[in-house]
Design a protein around this ligand. Structure first.
Ligand SMILES: *Cc1c(COP(=O)(O)O)cnc(C)c1O
Length: 411
């Protein structure tokens, strides 16, 4: 008899996003004449840029000929891509990772979810709250999060980020083994300045904490003093793993490619505390066992975004989304709504008027305007009282959604 991993059972019935989809469906059925506009999705909508699709066509043609066909590639990624990453994403920022510190993957979700495998199940964890649910759920699955009560997991340190603290998480007053940071942030769309991020690196150095830094929205940063990589901070190479993804940067949500950086200086202790083990080595071992690499075509596609045309084209797409974000911020503020983020990230985090619970507000707005948002409570306890709006829609929809919301809010 096979026994289940009972930690998984703790997750069931708790999936807010399915619940939202059901409510939206029910609304569509009862209001067939209303055109629903979703500002709830966390997916891009603009097509891949020509530099990328041309590179993919070329790669497909190579696959079609015996002379240029490629089978299994290196598990950790082709050097042509790893070299382009180092040269374009890091060297201009004064950071120079070795090629074997870069692990090309099929997107950041898998690695942010799987990284916990190479550290003990009983490490304590910390997350800024609200947060991308993968960090917590993947820890629930191995028992590291503990048990749920009142919407909080017993072994998780929640660091609230709310309007009251200007969305700047407070550094814990005690040791935490592993801390997840996501900047620019999903869902709040807020960022940390260099000096604020430095406080986290200093904390990690002092407390021997492992930082897991998710920079999936790095390409959306507009302001100069916001770090794009945690390695721009001195000492981070000793304590931080960084996750990057082409999903939001270049519309790769359906192509699948990203990468993780694990500097060789990042180590974790054995239980007897007698030895320090390089996490780069463990992750390399883990990946060679469980992962056979990202498709050649996807890696050629990713390489193409670093070409001069590719860079220009993805910048245009990002500008398109960021124009939406600016328009939304302006319209919502004009309607007297309290909004955050949206300047260095494609997300707008809106306070629900009068402190309405986020699920209730989601439904009110859906029924009043036909616009879908995401209730903040789905991202953690401190998300209550907020909703997330994304700038990933097409601009006509985005403008119409703002008209509907401002007309409704004005009443
Ligand atoms: C979208 C997103 C990712 C990227 O996931 P992929 O698997 O690369 O598509 C990673 N982290 C956060 C916080 C995200 O919102």
């Amino acid at each position: 008899m096979a026994l289940v991993n009972e930690h998984y059972l703790k997750l069931s019935d708790n999936y807010l996003f399915e619940d939202i989809a059901k409510k939206v469906n029910a609304f569509r059925l009862s209001h067939p004449k209303v055109r629903v506009i979703s500002l709830g999705i966390g997916d891009v909508t603009r097509p891949l840029c020509p530099a990328v699709t041309e590179a993919m066509h070329r790669a497909v043609d190579e696959m079609a000929s015996a002379a240029t066909f490629r089978g299994y590639g290196p598990e950790h990624g082709y050097d042509f891509l790893r070299e382009a990453i180092v040269k374009n994403d890091f060297i201009p920022r004064g950071v120079r990772p070795d090629l074997d510190e870069i692990f090309v993957n099929d997107g950041a979700k898998s690695d942010t979810g799987n990284i916990g495998e190479i550290v003990r199940w009983d490490n304590s964890i910390g997350v800024t709250d609200p947060i991308y649910p993968v960090y917590i759920d993947s820890n629930v699955m191995c028992g590291r999060a503990g048990t749920l009560s009142d919407g909080r997991w017993s072994n998780v340190n929640y660091m609230p980020c709310t309007a009251e603290n200007n969305f700047i998480p407070q550094i814990p007053d005690h040791r935490v083994d592993m801390i997840y940071l996501c900047y620019p942030n999903n869902p709040t769309g807020t960022v940390l300045s260099k000096s604020e991020l430095r406080r986290w690196v200093d904390y990690a150095l002092e407390n021997d904490t492992l930082l897991l830094f998710d920079a999936a929205y790095e390409a959306y940063i507009q302001d100069d003093d916001i770090p794009h990589s945690i390695y721009e901070i001195k000492g981070a190479r000793k304590v931080a793993i960084e996750f990057r993804s082409y999903s939001k940067t270049a519309g790769f949500t359906g192509v699948r490619c990203g990468y993780t950086v694990i500097p060789k200086e990042v180590t974790a202790a054995t239980l007897d505390n007698k030895r320090r083990i390089e996490l780069n080595r463990l992750w390399s071992r883990r990946q060679s066992t469980k992962f056979n690499g990202t498709s050649y075509i996807s890696q050629r596609a990713a390489e193409a975004i670093y070409s001069p045309e590719g860079k220009k084209q993805i910048r245009e797409t990002i500008a398109y989304y960021m124009d939406n974000a600016a328009y939304m911020l302006n319209a919502l503020k004009g309607a007297g709504l309290e909004v955050y983020g949206g300047r260095n990230a494609p997300y707008i985090w809106m306070k629900t008027p009068g402190g309405t619970p986020s699920r209730k507000f989601f439904e009110q707005m859906l029924y009043a305007t036909g616009v879908v948002c995401t209730p903040g409570a789905g991202f953690g306890p401190s998300g209550e009282g907020y909703v997330r709006l994304t700038a990933f829609g097409n601009s006509e929809d985005c403008h119409e959604a703002m008209e509907r919301i401002t007309a409704w809010a004005g009443n």
